[in-house]
Design a protein around this ligand. Structure first.
Ligand SMILES: Cc1cc2nc3c(=O)[nH]c(=O)nc-3n(C[C@H](O)[C@H](O)[C@H](O)COP(=O)(O)OP(=O)(O)OC[C@H]3O[C@@H](n4cnc5c(N)ncnc54)[C@H](O)[C@@H]3O)c2cc1C
Length: 386
């Protein structure tokens, strides 16, 4: 396939789809992105980019902007919900950079999203195009959109998130697993918190619930929190559903006053159900493959959902640039073999749920350099069963 004439279709302009288009563009490979939303919005959530994620983004040139805009906490606290006793204090800031060669940055989610979108050729970003189905068309793939339009592509990457239509077309309908927990999240000005210190980064660990909060701006004027509680009855997953603030506060009445002061200061909260899926034995078929949450969703416990989607994008982009366009099906197979074991390990660790509560070896996550990872790693299928 020719680098500029090949029709590569990426479904979904989320973190993974945009990162892939950016990596491909850097390699001189053109790709079209089809996104269901009519415009990019400002979703009120923070995102932590751990050192492996910032390292993956460095060659794309957006790290200086993320450093200027986002925030690098000096310390990360893990605390008991009631006494406030620290169970694990993570040296971050300079210590992370010294250890892993790249920073850990927290920011508003849209800062990352818009920085990635800036790297894309505008004419190749097709907004308001919702994929509804796909089917083989000779040795290519036909894509059907909700607006009645159809295109034929030589390679398709489903970066269309947790409820991936591409995944369903390949492997059949399978509902994601409800974890039994819901999350409340919000971002707001720090000066709304009165009478209590706002720590740069802290996780309050309760017996069956927790709160994570961190500063999201270089100016240190905004704070984000996500508060997770069991709620077997609520299964809606939406970025925009408004939550009941009083309900949130009553779920954390036994928490430390500093944690409660933070929750109480929020002007409003969003609420959504936490869903996940099991690791998959295969991510694609022929000329179609999945990326990011479409194939390895993980609830926000390790801050690796977005990071691993970016890693996927780099590995897939490197493979396509390394002769992969000559045999796309083989390239996609190679990509899955390299990526499945690492993302499955992240999914299992996420599900286990105690990441960083006490001293934790994080080198296998943060120390990974996706640009240097070998592209010939053959991972035995048995590794997925660990
Ligand atoms: C509250 C919260 C906090 C998080 N915090 C962190 C964190 O701190 N660090 C971290 O690394 N990760 C974090 N994550 C995880 C991270 O956000 C996801 O893992 C990441 O967004 C996955 O990227 P993606 O590109 O695979 O999917 P998404 O970002 O979900 O993008 C999918 C895109 O596909 C589009 N789409 C869907 N269906 C179609 C269709 N049929 N046709 C066309 N387009 C379609 C969607 O509109 C969307 O734009 C968090 C997640 C949540 C919910």
């Amino acid at each position: 396939m020719n680098r500029t004439a090949a029709h590569i279709a990426i479904i979904g302009a989320g973190i993974g789809g945009l990162a892939l288009a950016a990596v491909l563009r850097r390699a001189g490979i053109a790709a079209d992105i089809y996104e269901q939303a009519a415009a990019f919005g400002h979703v009120g959530a923070g995102i932590q980019l751990t050192a492996n994620a910032t390292k993956a983004l460095t060659p794309l040139g957006i790290l200086p902007h993320l450093r200027r805009t986002g925030f690098a906490a000096a310390l990360g606290y893990n605390r008991m919900w009631n006494t406030g006793e620290a169970t694990n204090v993570l040296p971050m800031g300079r210590a992370i950079e010294d250890r892993y060669g790249s920073p850990d940055l927290s920011m508003h989610r849209s800062v990352l999203h818009f920085a990635l979108a800036e790297l894309i050729e505008l004419a190749r970003l097709h907004l308001g195009r919702k994929l509804v189905g796909l089917a083989p068309d000779g040795d290519r793939v036909r894509l059907d959109f909700a607006d009645g339009g159809t295109i034929v592509a030589e390679a398709v990457i489903g970066a269309d998130g947790l409820h991936s239509v591409v995944r369903e077309a390949l492997f059949g309908a399978e509902r994601p697993r409800f974890t039994g927990k819901v999350a409340y999240r919000t971002i707001f000005p720090i000066d709304r918190v009165v009478g209590h210190e706002v720590e740069e980064r802290v996780k309050w660990w309760g017996p069956d619930r927790h709160v994570v909060s961190y500063v999201t701006t270089a100016a240190q004027d905004e704070v984000y929190f996500i508060a997770v509680v069991p709620d077997a009855a609520f299964t809606r997953e939406s970025w925009s559903l408004v939550g009941d603030h009083a309900e949130l506060l009553s779920a954390f009445t036994h928490f430390h006053p500093r944690a409660r002061a933070l929750l109480a200061a929020a002007p409003e909260v969003r609420k959504w159900a936490l869903l996940d899926r099991d690791p998959m034995p295969s991510w694609g078929e022929g000329r179609v493959v999945l990326l990011g949450d479409a194939c390895h969703p993980m609830p926000p416990v390790m801050a690796q959902g977005g990071a691993s989607a970016i890693e996927d994008a780099v590995i897939l982009g490197r493979i396509l640039a390394d002769g992969g366009l000559d045999d796309v099906a083989r390239a996609f197979e190679r990509y899955g073999r390299i990526r499945r074991e690492r993302t499955a390990a992240m999914q299992r660790t996420t599900r286990e749920g105690s990441w960083m509560r006490h001293e934790t070896d994080a080198d296998w996550v943060y120390g990974y350099d996706v640009w240097k990872a070998p592209l010939d790693a053959a991972v035995p299928a048995a590794a997925l069963e660990r």
